[in-house]
Write a protein that binds this ligand. Structure first.
Ligand SMILES: [Zn+2]
Ligand SMILES: [Zn+2]
Length: 172
């Protein structure tokens, strides 16, 4: 039986040219043979873009929420989202809840979407989006409450679910 591995290289390249960059990138990640054989399709020095990641984050492997009942579709640790600053896919734990829903949700309406500017918490702090003292919920379904330390700008979770000040354990 012919498999993707036994295809002549010309044929493999021919059927792969219509794939999006995101698909080619992830296909190349599956094994060394495909990585080498599909190399001609990736321009020299190509770096992954936010659009590639926004496509990949909607695939079932990165979006298990899709398989759960509607009421349980809030993202959790196994749901991954793209960050526009570090250009990586990170678990829902790494994002403030409001970065993963509405206009920044994975399936936000094309005309109103704002997800291409989505930032993980670390990058949000770095870019000044989350000022020292900011309190926010993150982790989606887990609704973990945390804060940005007023002293070191590190992010820490509230221990008692409370709002007992915004100095982290390392600084107090
Ligand atoms: Zn980031
Ligand atoms: Zn601190």
């Amino acid at each position: 039986m012919a498999t993707i591995f036994s295809l002549p290289i010309e044929l493999l390249l021919a059927v792969s040219t219509d794939l999006t960059p995101a698909s080619i990138i992830s296909l190349r990640m599956t094994c060394r043979s495909l990585r080498d054989r599909l190399e001609p399709l990736i321009p020299n020095g190509y770096r992954v873009t936010m659009n590639d990641l926004l496509e990949i984050e909607t695939w079932p492997e990165y979006h298990p929420a899709l398989m759960r009942p509607l009421a349980a579709q809030y993202p959790d640790s196994n749901d991954y989202f793209a960050c526009s600053n570090c250009l990586t896919l990170k678990s829902a734990d790494a994002f403030a809840d409001n970065m993963m829903k509405g206009r920044r949700g994975k399936f936000a309406n094309e005309s109103t979407t704002n997800k291409s500017s989505r930032l993980c918490i670390t990058c949000g702090i770095e870019r000044g989006v989350y000022a020292p003292g900011t309190k926010l919920y993150h982790g989606g379904a887990k609704r973990i409450y945390g804060f940005v330390c007023e002293t070191c700008s590190g992010f820490e979770e509230f221990q008692n679910g409370g709002s007992e000040g915004t100095i982290c354990s390392g600084c107090s």
